[in-house]
Design a protein around this ligand. Structure first.
Ligand SMILES: O=C(O)[C@@H](O)C(=O)COP(=O)(O)O
Ligand SMILES: [Zn+2]
Length: 208
C-alpha cells in the first residue's frame, strides 16, 4: 500500500516519464493509486506529463471526491478494477498506439488478442487480456463488464479505446503497461508472418 506523499510524487514522476516517451499524448489516459485511506486519481483533462502532485484528486473509501482537482471521468473504470483486484495497488489506462491498434482490431469477447510471444508479456500480463465491448469514454455502463473481466485478468483492452493495466504497486502497473505496449507492437509486426513462433502451453504454464 502506498504512502500518500510518496504516491503523489511517484505518480507525477511516472506520468511524466510515460508522457515523455510517447505512451500518452495530450490529456489522454488516467492513473489511480490505492491508499490506506482512499484513492488518488489523475484529474480529468490533465496531461500525464505535467501533473502537479498537490492537485492530484483524492477520493474517499466510498469513492466520493475529497480534495484536489475534479477526478478523471473514468472513476468507475478504476473502481471496477480496484474492487475486483484487491491485490492491485494501482491502475494505469493509456491510449498507447500499438495496444490501442490491437483494441481496434480485436473482437470483443476475445480473451487473447495478443499471442504469448515472449515470456515477459506472460509474466507481466498473464494468460488472458480480455477485450471489453466499446463504450463511450466515461460511460458508467461499462463498470460491470470491466469488473467481471478484472476478476480473472490483470489487464484488458477497451475496444476502440485503449489498454487498462493493474499492478501490485504503481511502478508495477506502469511496467506492465509498457510491456503490454511493446508486446502489442510485436504482435502487429508479426501479424500474418507464417514463421512466427509462439510460446507453447507448457512454456506459458511454467511462467505463471
Ligand atoms: O478516453 C477518454 O476520454 C478517457 O478515458 C481518458 O483517457 C482521459 O479522460 P480524463 O481522465 O477524464 O481526462
Ligand atoms: Zn481513455
Amino acid at each position: 500500500m502506498h504512502d500518500e506523499r510518496e504516491a503523489r510524487l511517484l505518480l507525477a514522476m511516472l506520468g511524466r516519464s510515460l508522457f515523455e516517451r510517447g505512451y500518452s499524448v495530450g490529456s489522454a489516459g488516467n492513473i489511480s493509486v490505492r491508499l490506506p485511506d482512499g484513492y488518488l486519481m489523475t484529474p480529468t483533462n490533465s496531461c500525464l506529463g505535467r501533473l502537479d502532485p498537490e492537485r492530484i484528486s483524492k477520493l474517499a473509501p466510498d469513492w466520493s471526491h475529497l480534495s484536489g482537482d475534479k477526478p478523471t471521468k473514468e472513476v468507475f473504470l478504476h473502481r471496477a478494477f480496484l474492487t475486483a483486484r484487491t491485490d492491485a495497488g494501482a491502475i494505469v489506462h493509456l491510449h498507447s498506439t500499438y495496444a490501442t491498434a490491437i483494441a481496434c482490431l480485436a473482437v470483443p469477447g476475445d480473451d487473447a488478442p495478443i499471442p504469448p510471444l515472449t515470456p515477459y508479456f506472460v509474466m507481466r500480463i498473464g494468460r488472458t487480456l480480455p477485450v471489453i465491448p466499446y463504450y463511450r469514454p466515461g460511460d458508467a455502463a461499462m463498470e460491470p463488464a470491466v469488473h467481471k473481466a478484472a476478476l480473472t485478468a490483470k489487464a484488458l483492452l477497451l475496444a476502440n479505446h485503449g489498454p487498462v493495466v493493474s499492478g501490485k504497486t504503481l511502478t508495477d502497473a506502469v511496467h506492465a503497461a509498457e510491456e503490454l505496449e511493446e508486446s502489442a507492437k510485436l504482435a502487429l509486426l508479426l501479424r500474418g508472418v507464417p514463421e512466427t513462433r509462439r510460446l507453447n502451453a507448457a512454456q506459458v504454464d511454467e511462467l505463471l
